[in-house]
Design a binder for this molecule. Structure first.
Ligand code: ZN
Length: 158
């Protein structure tokens, strides 16, 4: 398909689906399907105390499945799990500059959860409200070396 010239560069240059996040009750139970049945490799498991979750990354092509297990009932992702059960939580797209993409999306009237890039486990991220994304919670992550990496104090390895 031809590119749509009216879509600004900052948004049009979505590089890839970085990850699809799936909220689960138990990482260990979920790995029995994603790793043991589907055969996806388990890249790593990490505790993210600041977000009160444990996550597991399973690469698939140029993307990853990210399993998210809440470790505390008070977080947004825990409430999501309680209300909706297990399932797809968000889709994350890689962009060259999160700040530039947010500016452009705001001009388009897209409701932003984060109005500026913030520190994520793997780089600068921001979320868009599902109300503006036809029911999908969309995350943006900045490609390595983008402008927010230095601004948010990542060293060169993140
Ligand atoms: Zn994510």
């Amino acid at each position: 398909m031809p590119e749509t010239p009216s879509v600004p560069e900052a948004v049009r240059r979505i590089g890839r689906i970085h990850h699809v996040a799936v909220v689960v009750r138990s990482l260990d139970d979920a790995l029995r399907f994603w790793r043991d049945v589907l055969g996806l490799p388990l890249e790593h498991v990490a505790d993210i105390p600041s977000d009160r979750v444990r996550i597991a990354f399973l690469p698939v092509g140029e993307s990853r499945i990210e399993l998210v297990e809440p470790t505390d009932a008070t977080t947004g992702v825990a409430r999501y799990l309680a209300k909706h059960g297990e399932g797809v939580h968000h889709v994350c797209f890689e962009v060259p500059s999160v700040a530039e993409a947010l500016t452009r999306l705001a001009i388009e009237g897209i409701e932003l959860i984060d109005t500026a890039p913030r520190r994520g486990a793997e780089g600068p991220v921001a979320f868009l409200h599902p109300r503006s994304c036809h029911g999908v919670l969309v995350e943006l992550i900045e490609a390595p070396g983008g402008p927010a990496w230095a601004a948010l104090g990542y060293d060169r390895h993140g």
